[in-house]
Ligand binder design. Structure first.
Ligand code: ZN
Length: 361
């Protein structure tokens, strides 16, 4: 584990007044420990840093982690956790309330009562997520690699779209390009949404044949050593009709306003408003029903949130998307999305593909 992360987490645990913290969400375990297995938990106090996992992952845990004690567990969380934590002398254990489900929490409470342990479970949210929201240089480098790979795959896919292509076949072609370029799978189900399907922000690729003069929203991303990119463009085979051209112009203007004007020290809500204003002025405010963006890292959606209700403070080192969209039921839609990083108070764009709408055949 990067020792620095352990220091930071220990400061958080002290600030929260906890004896220790149970990190159970796999992506947070990975961040804190380096362990990429799907079953395990990390326990951290001012003195201890323990990775607890079962037989299947013991060897892997030894390879992937440094500076952690490794404990082999038997059974479910409630079978071993209360006893282990009590033996360390902890009386207050923070846990990730957005990950430990109700049933597991109840089992833990039962076990603590049955064993008559002096241990309190204290719900916390967002502690590790907050640390993850600002990226270290090594993390940024991996996101840049994922962004470059996305750009390259899009560039190639753009030249090969032709009348008669279905949404599904284009999505599969893009996925192939990403995988062959070195992406670890794809970080989310790719979106290829044409014509009226483009009105659905998270449409699934269908057997629909992409027609002339209609919108095609492509939303794609790559993953390198766990780190994601997230990227959208809206294309059209041949000439975009007036309505599509107008929507595209407004979305592009909003997106560029976000890129130019978002600065450090704004809240997520203030950043969102900079782009939303343009769409509202274009008379399409109602058709932009999602937030302007979200953090990107080990997860494709993570902190910070950039949307109308977000009080998240934007600071240097944060990586997030800027992705305004307009969606018109029955007609289609447009979204343009880049991954950016905040540096010296300003936005630097990591995905560089061109944003023109038309693909002349
Ligand atoms: Zn996104």
């Amino acid at each position: 584990m990067p020792v620095d992360r352990l220091h930071k987490l220990r400061r958080v645990i002290a600030r929260e007044g906890l004896d220790g913290l149970l990190v159970s969400k796999p992506v947070n375990c990975r961040y804190v420990s380096g362990f990429t297995g799907s079953s395990g938990a990390v326990l951290v106090s001012h003195k201890h840093a323990i990775l607890a996992t079962d037989f299947r992952y013991i060897e892997q845990a030894g390879h992937e982690t440094r500076n952690l004690e490794i404990t082999r567990t038997e059974g479910d969380l409630h079978d071993w956790l209360p006893q282990l934590v009590s033996s360390l002398g902890w009386h207050s254990l923070g846990f990730e309330a957005n990950h430990i489900c109700f049933a597991v929490h109840r089992q833990l409470k039962h076990a603590i009562r049955a064993k008559q342990l002096n241990l309190e479970l204290i719900p916390r949210t967002g502690l590790v997520e907050h640390l993850r929201s600002t990226k270290e240089p090594g993390e940024l480098e991996l996101i840049v690699q994922a962004a470059n790979l996305t750009d390259a795959a899009f560039k190639q896919a753009r030249t090969s779209i032709h009348p008669g292509t279905t949404e599904k076949s284009l999505a599969w072609e893009i996925e192939n390009l990403l995988r062959e370029g070195g992406s670890e799978g794809v970080p989310f189900d790719l979106v290829v949404a044409s014509g009226p399907n483009a009105a659905l922000p998270h449409a699934k690729p269908s057997d629909r044949v992409i027609g002339q003069n209609e919108a095609v929203i492509i939303d794609m991303g790559a993953r390198i050593e766990g780190y994601c990119s997230d990227f959208s463009r809206t294309l059209c085979l041949g000439r975009a009709d007036e309505a599509l051209a107008e929507i595209h112009r407004v979305v592009l203007e909003a997106q560029l306003a976000g890129i130019r004007q978002i600065t450090a020290k704004l809240t997520g809500a203030e950043a969102d408003q900079l782009a939303r204003t343009i769409i509202e002025q274009g008379g399409r405010g109602e058709a932009f029903g999602h937030g302007l963006g979200h953090g990107v890292g080990l997860e494709v959606h993570e902190a910070p949130r950039i949307g109308p209700n977000s009080s998240d403070l934007l600071i240097d080192g944060m990586v997030f998307t800027i992705e305004p969209g307009i969606y018109v039921p029955g007609f289609g839609g447009c979204r343009i999305e880049d991954v950016v990083v905040l540096e010296k108070g300003r936005v630097r764009v990591l995905t560089e593909s061109e944003k023109t709408v038309e693909v002349i055949q």
